[in-house]
Structure formats: C-alpha cells, structure tokens
Design a protein around this ligand. Sequence first.
Ligand code: UP5
Ligand code: MG
Length: 189
Amino acid sequence: PHLIVSYLTSRAGGPGSGKGTQCANIVEHFGYTHLSAGDLLRAEAQSGSKNGTMIENMMSEGVIVPSEITIKLLEKAMLENENDKFLIDGFPRNEENRAAFESITGIEPEFVLFFDCSEEEMERRLLTRNQGRVDDNIDTIRKRFKVFLESSLDVINYYNSKGKVKKIDAGKPAGEVFEAVKAVFAPIR
Ligand code: UP5
Ligand code: MG
C-alpha cells in the first residue's frame, strides 16, 4: 500500500543457524528494521488473541503456521514502521508462504541470505540457548530440522534459480560470520 521497500532481505537458515544474532548486527551497522516472523508469532501467541493458542501449539510442534497469519503480522509491522529497509528473518518457510507473500504484498526480496550450518552445530546452539522457548527441546528441535529440509529448502532453491541467494558459512564464531555478512551488505549500502 503506502510503502516503498527499497531493500527487503529475507533470510533463511535452519533453526539455530544464527539468524537472530546476525540480524541484530545488521540492524546496528546498516540501518535495517529487523522483522523476525518467529518473534512476531511468539508475541501474537502471548497476546491472548483468538489464534494465540493455535499458534503456540503449532510452534511447540515445530510446524509452519498458516501463511495468512504470518503475512498479516509482517504487513502490519512494515506499515507501522517508517523505515523502507526491512530484514525479514525466518520467513518464508515454504513455497506456499513465499508465493502468498509475494502475491499479497507485491514485494520480492532484493536478496536472500542463507546461513549454512551443520545440524550438529545448530542442535548444540539450540540446546544451550536457555531462553525458555517452547521449541528448544530435543524432540521439537528434530522436528524443526525435518520441516526445514522438507519445506524450507525449497524456498532457497527457488531464489537460487533467480540468482538471489547469498550463502554464508554460519558454522564459525559469530564475529567471523558477521564479517562475511558485511561483505554482502557493504556494496548496497
Ligand atoms: N549463536 C548464534 N550464532 C552463533 C555462532 N556463530 N556460534 C556459536 N553460537 C551462536 O542463535 C541460536 C543460539 O546460538 C543463540 O543462543 C545464539 O547466541 C547462538 P539465533 O541467532 O537465535 O539463531 P536463529 O537462527 O535465529 O534460531 P531460531 O531458533 O530463532 O530459528 P528458528 O528458525 O527455529 O526459529 P523461528 O523463531 O524463526 O521460528 C520458530 C517457529 O515459529 C517455527 O518452528 C514455526 O513453528 C514458526 N514459524 C512459522 O510458522 N512461520 C514463520 O514464518 C516463522 C516461524
Ligand atoms: Mg531466531
């Protein structure tokens, strides 16, 4: 609607690959507004809205919440913000999410950051995060990995075929990962 997005980046790494961590760095250095689909859904679940319980249950099973709910939250957050540079974290998670978002909003990402990390390392990170997330237990973590491989990788493949994916080795310490991220953002600053 009344929104001009000059750069919309969406990021798609597996659970625990460091999306949230690197988004915080990108915001600080490059002036983007960070929109984590997972954080928006967690807030919606806690707000006691009519979909709250369903969202909470779906997240504790590691499954993908219906597109219309997530897209509405993302759209609202973009409209409420004056920035025109958004960093969308953890969305789209499947091809249906992607197609629905693009057709409803008319927005396509400038590029997609793919944080490539081994499952062993992601599992280690999630099990030691300790922030009380309903999905940071070994059973749900395994389900999240399965959903990522079965559904989310399709989105990476789609954007890769359009030449939009920037792959980052996310298995290194966070500071080194950010050096690689900076190299992607610096030219478009
Ligand atoms: N850490 C980070 N980087 C590190 C590094 N380089 N070396 C060592 N440690 C590192 O990091 C995870 C932990 O690792 C932290 O303790 C961090 O300090 C450390 P973080 O930056 O939080 O990783 P991130 O990739 O953001 O992990 P997250 O768990 O948030 O990823 P998910 O993709 O699982 O979570 P998200 O919140 O995006 O989604 C959760 C659920 O919401 C989904 O399973 C799904 O049910 C639902 N959802 C939808 O349905 N639709 C959506 O569109 C989005 C989510
Ligand atoms: Mg996150």
